[in-house]
Design a protein around this ligand. Sequence first.
Ligand code: SF4
Length: 362
Amino acid sequence: MRFAPYTEADFDLHPLMFYYEVTRACDLVCKHCRASAQEDPAPDELSPSDALALIRQVARFDRKPTICFTGGDPLKRADLFDLIACAAEHGITSALTPSATPLATFDAFRRAKEAGVSAIGLSVDGPNAQVHDAFRGFDGSFAKAMEILDYARDLNLPVQVNTSVTRRNVELIDEIAEMLELKRVAVWSVFFLVPVGRGVEEVRITPREYIEVFEKLWRHAQTKSYAVKTTEAPHYRRYVLEHGGNPLAAPRHADGEAVGRGGGRARAPLGVTDGRGIMFCGHNGEIYPAGFLPIVCGRFPRDSVVDVYRNHPLFKALHNPDNYKGICGTCEYRRVCGGSRSRAYALTGDPLAAEPDCAFEQ
Ligand code: SF4
């Protein structure tokens, strides 16, 4: 069945993406980890039966969001394939973001695909092992990530590569872009640091440098075979609009061919941002507007994720960009951008405050 396009009115009723942190356990010690992941599962992790009940509840949204099974390392969770299968049985599209460790085998991805996963998200923070492994705190992590890309290609699973931009790799954007072209990824999602978890120890780039990175990303978006998007930097959409592009539609080459193997899937429709089209459930059932916005708005199973998304005061405030403060509240781009609500909260304590890292003039 084909659904009508997602519209602004949908923001009040159902998220587009539902991130479920199935565990905080992970064998890596990444420098910018949101979850400050640990080697073993937390004692309050949702039980297998509660995790299945959560997925069944997500299926009650009138328009079912895509579930992204994240962590920690979701492959550390013994019942992961049951959770994926449950999502598929309820008509929910799902994606998986594994850590690049020995648990990420070809067989694990084959099982994930058989259970119903339709895409993989993979972190790659540098164009080579020297840079990437320093981020990840684990020698061999880059080689493993490249291996995972090969597994995914062999299994015909589209891959979204996630790259965190910090002071460590801001000069290497072009090199990373070229490497990803060779690896034939579907989507490149560039994440701009939010100082939470272990990310507080990393150095953010300056607002002016955001613009320089946006310029590079837009150039690659128009010339590479993969699609490009940003995470926690929605002002990239403003950059694209001001440079003749349409951030809400799949861009096209001059000959009319869609740019990016990911096509329209890679584009965040409308102004999707933290709590507005996005919802996050932690390993213990705590419900947040986003993984980088750690304000607890409820706790599953005591609270319904459907009810929290529609009725919690913070979610309701985030749904409407007219509630944003400072320059974001009056900016003509607030409905397609709106700034990172997570970064606003991390740096000011107010999730509705102006995006601290926006250098655009009003
Ligand atoms: S002022 Fe806010 S809404 Fe406008 S472009 Fe900057 S971050 Fe986006």
